[in-house]
Design a protein around this ligand. Structure first.
Ligand code: S3P
Length: 185
């Protein structure tokens, strides 16, 4: 497989990173549609592969098992595919190997939502997010801030506060096209 330097910028996978519940899947699907590309949600692929939901996997196999499955899937995807729109689980970038592989082979976009706005979504997202279980709001805020650090290496950051998913997707498509025009040979 070619390295990032060799993969033409237009052909690189577009990888969306960001905290749980910021809209990576919804926005990723919209971007894929607008660019006529396939969309891959890594968590959904892992669920299909092991025939269990992520909360079931955390409960029955443990977080370490999930993290290994996540790493194997993403590194393989980065090394062997192009032209996909990919949504990563919010904890994936904690793993150096994943981060390195994504930054080397893909274009990485960080979806950045403020804590204040994220908090409003907590009720709808907590049930399926085992990482949030048994944490106080203060502890979630700490995790939110720790995670912002791990997302700090990216190719582009998109502030999503007060924007509809469709607006974010349009912004991403425009930004990508500008980059492609500027940087493709
Ligand atoms: C996780 C985020 C989840 C999922 C798993 C762990 C995390 O993905 O991968 O529950 O550690 O932040 P989303 O970011 O899509 O919710």
């Amino acid at each position: 497989m070619k390295t990032n330097r060799e993969i033409p910028v237009r052909q690189r996978n577009i990888v969306l990173i960001g905290f749980m519940g910021v809209g990576k899947t919804t926005i990723g699907q919209l971007v894929a549609k607008k660019l006529y590309r396939d969309f891959i949600d890594v968590d959904q692929e892992i669920e299909k592969k092991y025939n269990m939901t992520i909360p079931e996997m955390f409960q029955q196999k443990g977080e370490a098992f999930f993290r290994q499955a996540e790493k194997d899937y993403i590194v393989d995807l980065c090394e062997h595919t192009q032209l996909k729109i990919v949504s990563l689980g919010g904890g994936a970038f904690k793993q150096e190997e994943i981060k390195r592989s994504c930054l080397k082979h893909c274009t990485v976009l960080f979806l950045d939502l403020s804590w204040e706005n994220w908090k409003q979504r907590l009720d709808i997202l907590i049930e399926n997010r085992p990482v949030l279980h048994n944490r106080t709001l203060d502890e979630m805020k700490e995790l939110f801030e720790e995670r912002r650090e791990i997302y700090s290496l990216h190719n582009s950051r998109v502030e999503t506060d007060h924007l509809e998913a469709e607006e974010v997707a349009n912004y991403i498509v425009d930004t990508l096209k500008l980059g492609w025009d500027l940087y493709s040979k």
